[in-house]
Ligand binder design. Sequence first.
Ligand SMILES: *Cc1c(COP(=O)(O)O)cnc(C)c1O
Length: 402
Amino acid sequence: MRHFTKNFTQQEPLDEAAIAAAVEVMQSGRLHRYNTVPGDPGDVALLEREFAEYMDLPYCLACTSGGYALHIALRSVGLLPGEPVLCNAYTLSPVPGAIHNAGGRVVLVDIDDDSRIDLNDLDAAASESGARILMLSHMRGHIADMDAILKICDQHDILLIEDCAHTMGARWKGRLSGSFGQVACFSTQTYKHINSGEGGFLVTRDELTMRRAIVHSGSYMLYDKHLAAPGPDTYGAERLSTPNYSGRMDNLRAAILRPQLRSLDTNVARWLERYQAVANGLTKTPDIKTIERPAHEQFVGSSIQFRVPEFSNQQIVGLVQACAERGVPLKWFGAPEPSAYTSRYDSWHYLGEPRQLPNTARVLSTLCDMRIPLTFNVEDCSLIAELIVEAVQSVKHTASIG
Ligand SMILES: *Cc1c(COP(=O)(O)O)cnc(C)c1O
């Protein structure tokens, strides 16, 4: 049996520029973002300005994680205790966790066959719950019809927060993901698109949201040290009424992120080549359905999802096993028990009784997921697809003789 031997969780090493920048910060001893000297605003402030420029938005806050950014985003837009927050049911656990952390009540919304938020159910859930906030997770980089989302938000007077953990560098109809809502949050955790181990961004064009986010992050009234923020003399109302939820980014992380941000668009193109090699290979069997990617969705192919719609639970378990034997670790998002980063919405018991989500349960029951690290080349990706196709065929064969 052919076997793939590379590691699916191995990211690329940091380049020389990032390493040199990190060494410089360490030599300076000034790792805290506000520990600056005249003439040098520090890497965090510079990174914030550079990411804001990349996003073409005025404001950016760098913080400790993507989940932290989601949490303070909700607080900064004025979420009230117990208030409902809409959220697509297919996402990762930090999203409902952030809503819970901010004191909100999670209202899950169903998904469609392509794993994106179901627009009819969003409309229904908005009416039922009266929610003022939608936290839309562009899960695994799949971007919903943003024209329709904005229209629904407008009709229900809903404020949009985008979770862009998987869409940093992605565009929808030419517009960057993360520039549609009032706030967007990004992660710079190792498995996302730029890597500082842990880290996150909050971006917005709303002044009040930004002032609150900065004070929440633990700014100790050092607003003048921010370069992508409202002016330091505008914090009058927020400075004493906004709690400090300490979650700043440090200069060491920012130093290694700045060069990576400059390579982001190049890497988006590299991911696309690899994604397409896998996706093309998977078309060799009609049993596999990859998720439709509309032409106006410029996605980042850092992972791939596909369904084997005719497979039973048992066959999916067999497929995960057959792929593992070939060195290809698949994640099954529909597994009844949470496994590694996959957990199904009904395993988030702290949410209470979820709404009826018939499509999410059905779609996730045959949805498989695989990471595509940039340490793989295009040939690796073609081979992986062949191995998956082989595994699907072996499971079908077993079923027909068993
Ligand atoms: C990783 C991730 C987050 C949170 O990012 P962290 O930096 O790990 O806190 C949020 N949403 C999704 C969909 C993610 O995958």
